[in-house]
Design a protein around this ligand. Structure first.
Ligand code: GUN
Length: 283
């Protein structure tokens, strides 16, 4: 193995300790940072994510409110709950777990969240803020990837970053965050003609498509930094990313593992955003 690991668990511990200290300071001033997590339906993966988010709040001194609703909750009822949470002074961040059942327009629900409480960073106002450099919440997963790059002291200015994936949640905001640090950014996706030709030029590769082995050793320039956002299962049911870790770790300079890489960072940045939402109110 030539690559050094970027340990998302270790970095999360450091960042969460800072969150806990700042949460305690706010609490001493009478403000307990509060996150509302809304889950509609019984999606098993969503149930695990939601449980982990609530537990992370409890472990770090944040108040959490978990609201669970049956899959047949109407869109109007959900919008009414979001409105009530917007008005609730004990709640500084609102997260509606996705996916929502098909009869609910997810974007409409996201737009109903007050941008000041949009700790997921999915509201159009948050996306616009990221695009223009205005203050606003950044989506947690790409924000966590940026913290991982920062943790190794990586200087992005003038580097070529290739993002594989163009989702609103990861790919597009990731590209904007890298651009804001003066990287030259290429976004690749399912219609990219020759993915390897792009990634072989990259100093930094972020893989975020949700498909195993999208990035293999022959597609990586020696010494490149490889960030794996994927969360997939292999044939044995083992958690794995989008990157062929065993192959790529022999070529890359730095690599994030799955599990223990980007995953814990996503929840950590949710805590950071919630804390900042509370700090903005308290100041
Ligand atoms: N579903 C999968 N990832 C996420 C996330 O980061 N936030 C929300 N709200 N739903 C998700």
């Amino acid at each position: 193995m030539t690559a050094q690991l970027i340990d998302g668990n270790a970095l999360s511990r450091t960042l969460r300790a800072d969150v806990a200290a700042r949460a305690a300071a706010l609490k001493a001033r009478g403000v307990t940072p509060g996150l509302a997590v809304v889950l509609v339906g019984e999606n098993p993966a969503s149930q695990v994510y939601v449980r982990n988010k609530v537990k992370a709040c409890e472990d770090n001194g944040l108040h959490s409110l978990l609201e669970k609703y049956p899959a047949d909750l109407s869109e109007a009822e959900l919008l009414a709950r979001v409105d009530a949470l917007n008005e609730d002074p004990a709640i500084h961040g609102i997260l509606v777990q996705l996916p929502l059942p098909p009869h609910i327009d997810a974007q409409k629900v996201i737009e109903a969240i007050s941008p000041e409480k949009d700790v997921d960073g999915f509201h159009v106002a948050s996306a616009g803020a990221l695009m223009t450099g205005a203050p606003g919440f950044w989506p947690c997963t790409p924000y966590g990837c940026m913290k991982m790059l920062e943790s190794i002291g990586y200087e992005l200015r003038g580097k070529h970053a290739v993002v594989i994936g163009r989702s609103n949640i990861v790919g597009k905001p990731m590209a904007l965050m890298l651009l804001a640090q003066s990287a030259t950014v290429t976004i690749c996706h399912s219609a990219t003609a020759d993915l390897g030709a792009m990634t072989r030029q990259a100093d930094v590769i972020v893989a975020a498509v949700g498909k195993r082995n999208v990035l293999t050793a022959d597609m990586v320039k020696p010494g490149a930094v490889v960030i794996d956002v994927g969360m997939n299962r292999n044939d044995e049911g083992k958690l794995c990313g989008d990157v062929d870790f065993d192959g790529v770790k022999e070529v890359a300079g730095w690599i994030t593992p799955v599990p223990g890489g980007v995953g814990p960072m996503t929840i950590t940045m949710l805590l950071v955003n919630t804390l900042e939402a509370a700090e903005r109110i308290a100041h």
